[in-house]
Design a protein around this ligand. Structure first.
Ligand code: ADP
Length: 305
């Protein structure tokens, strides 16, 4: 499988370009589990399996951004990601965009699966970030997406300012229709006093950016593979916090991560504030059921602690 990163005008063109004109799609099976796109396992007439995501409602930039994210994680060299074939837009038929990736064959987890993943993630968080943004700064080469929503990655010299301007502010502005005047004031107060709660990291880290358990899958090497990233350079704590948002990983993961990475004191007090970003994003994407969690966090952090 060649790692060409091109944009094609149809799925058929892409298959022909990679596998030759006599190879066709023999079978297409729907895969469930994602929130946003339609996912399929493709079997080609030569027996190759591929993974495809498609979406008629997104711009070309959507999957192009996912490609850049997977490339960044691959470049960090610590955790496996699927090889990228290409992204494309089906101009003749559906008009939808698609992404073609290596199909990750699922395997049995190795016995120290969580420890190994924790060490790999810590290594990714330690990796050099100056290939993406200037050393010591936060952001990414391009904006990308968190779920369906655009994620701003304008480079900042301060992590706290980046998190304020590119993470909380845009989501709070979009969610303002859910807030009454008191809540809006509390949100403003929270933004003003962010530097009394957050800390600058000892070094910037490449983050997966959307690290919930559904985006970590076991490959046939028995190890964790990362999918569906929303990468940027930030504080590693933000990735760690996200792992704890929807159910969390087992204690073996956290024990091993703490062994492999220096966690700055007070992380537990900052965790929910990082996750406010994801909860606001869910509020903006999926509606009011996320409002009570959002309100609880804003109310808590807008008061002096
Ligand atoms: P979405 O963009 O809609 O969130 P995901 O990237 O989460 O979609 O993919 C949907 C599902 O497809 C995942 O839950 C996962 O189980 C499976 N999946 C994702 N990438 C691959 C892959 N490269 N190979 C095999 N299965 C995959």
């Amino acid at each position: 499988m060649v790692g060409l990163k091109q944009h094609f005008d149809s799925l058929e063109d892409a298959i022909v370009s990679f596998f030759g004109s006599n190879v066709k799609i023999a079978r297409m099976e729907r895969i469930f589990g994602g929130d946003i796109n339609e996912a399929y396992g493709l079997t080609l007439t030569d027996g190759t399996n591929l993974f495809m995501k498609s979406n008629t409602g997104v711009k070309e930039s959507f999957f192009a951004a996912e490609v850049k994210g997977l490339q960044a994680i691959e470049a960090a060299g610590a955790v496996r990601t699927p090889r990228i074939l290409c992204s494309g837009t089906d101009r003749n038929k559906t008009g939808g965009s698609f992404l073609l990736l290596e199909f990750i064959r699922k395997g049995e987890r190795i016995s120290d699966y969580w420890e190994t993943f924790a060490h790999q993630l810590a290594a990714m968080h330690r990796a050099e970030t100056s290939g993406f943004v200037a050393g010591g700064t936060y952001g990414f080469t391009d904006d990308n997406y968190i779920g369906m929503r655009c994620q701003c990655n304008i480079v900042h010299n301060s992590w706290i300012h980046f998190f304020r301007d590119c993470r909380l502010k845009p989501q709070l502005e979009s969610a303002s229709g859910y807030f009454d005047t008191t809540e809006l004031k509390r949100a403003d107060k929270l933004l003003e006093r962010l530097d009394t709660v957050l800390v600058e990291p000892e070094q910037p880290s490449l983050l997966h950016g959307d690290l919930w358990s559904g985006n970590v899958i076991t490959g046939n090497d028995g190890k964790a593979w990362l999918i569906d990233p929303a990468v940027y350079v930030g504080h590693a704590e933000a990735d760690l916090a996200m792992t704890e948002l929807f159910g969390g990983f087992p204690p073996a993961f956290y024990d091993a991560y703490k062994e492999a990475a220096e966690i700055q004191p007070g992380y537990a007090k900052r965790r929910d504030l990082y996750n406010l970003y994801h909860l606001l994003n869910h509020l903006n994407m999926f509606g009011r059921s996320y409002f009570p969690s959002v309100k609880r966090i804003i109310d808590y952090y807008s008061e002096a602690k």
